[in-house]
Design a protein around this ligand. Structure first.
Ligand SMILES: Cc1cc2nc3c(=O)[nH]c(=O)nc-3n(C[C@H](O)[C@H](O)[C@H](O)COP(=O)(O)O)c2cc1C
Length: 197
């Protein structure tokens, strides 16, 4: 079993990436093997021009294909998820997320744009074949900060929600637990309200 994280922010002191790292660290502590992917794994020109056949894009697809679960983080940009992340997702195979558990994580300046991810990110994940999308974690800039030394400061409430989501993901990945437990498909997510704030 392997897990990869995909950080969708271009920022050096990224709040959404800080949440992603916290989630990855918890999974590592639980014994999971974690690989990390980010926008900088694909040269900028290849990303912008969508070089599907490039070695970097091929390596990206291979690492996603080998993973059992994918944690994806993004900032909210202009009421949707980040364009750089979309450029990475555009380099994946058509059903690259089929059979994988996906945990979305996002940060935004305002809680109002939580719903943008419902109609922005989740339909894209679904188009990529994801059918087991966990209730994601959304936090505002007031709840997550990264100081000048690069140290994250995460409000207790957000930390708890994130750790609960990570623990649910671990449960999903345990052999034989996959079907029996409460994996969410997109329809149930829509009914349940999806992201927790
Ligand atoms: C170009 C740009 C557009 C943004 N648009 C929105 C927006 O529409 N809604 C919102 O809530 N926050 C918006 N923000 C704020 C970011 O989502 C927020 O600061 C986020 O935590 C940044 O995440 P990061 O540190 O991982 O890059 C925007 C920020 C930038 C730079």
């Amino acid at each position: 079993m392997s897990i990869i994280t995909l950080a969708g922010s271009p920022s050096q002191r990224s709040r959404s990436s800080a949440l992603l790292r916290h989630a990855a660290n918890r999974l590592r502590a639980g014994g999971w093997s974690i690989g990390e992917l980010g926008l900088r794994d694909i040269p900028a020109e290849e990303l912008i021009e969508g070089h599907y056949a490039s070695p970097a894009a091929g390596a990206l697809r291979a690492r996603v294909a080998a993973a059992d679960a994918v944690l994806i983080s993004t900032p909210v940009y202009k009421a949707s998820f980040a364009g750089g992340l979309k450029a990475v997702l555009d380099l994946l195979d058509e059903k690259a997320l089929a059979g994988k558990v996906v945990l979305p994580i996002a940060t935004g300046g305002s809680p109002a744009h939580l719903l943008a991810l419902e109609y922005g990110l989740k339909p894209v994940l679904s188009a990529l074949g994801a059918r087991h999308i966990l209730a994601g974690v959304y936090a505002t800039d007031k709840q997550v900060r990264v100081d000048e030394a690069g140290q994250p400061h995460i409000d207790d409430d957000v930390r708890q929600r994130l750790e609960d989501s990570v623990d649910r993901l671990s449960e999903q990945l345990r052999p034989h637990a996959y079907v029996a437990n409460e994996a969410y498909d997109l329809g149930r997510l829509a009914l349940a309200g999806g992201f927790s704030v």
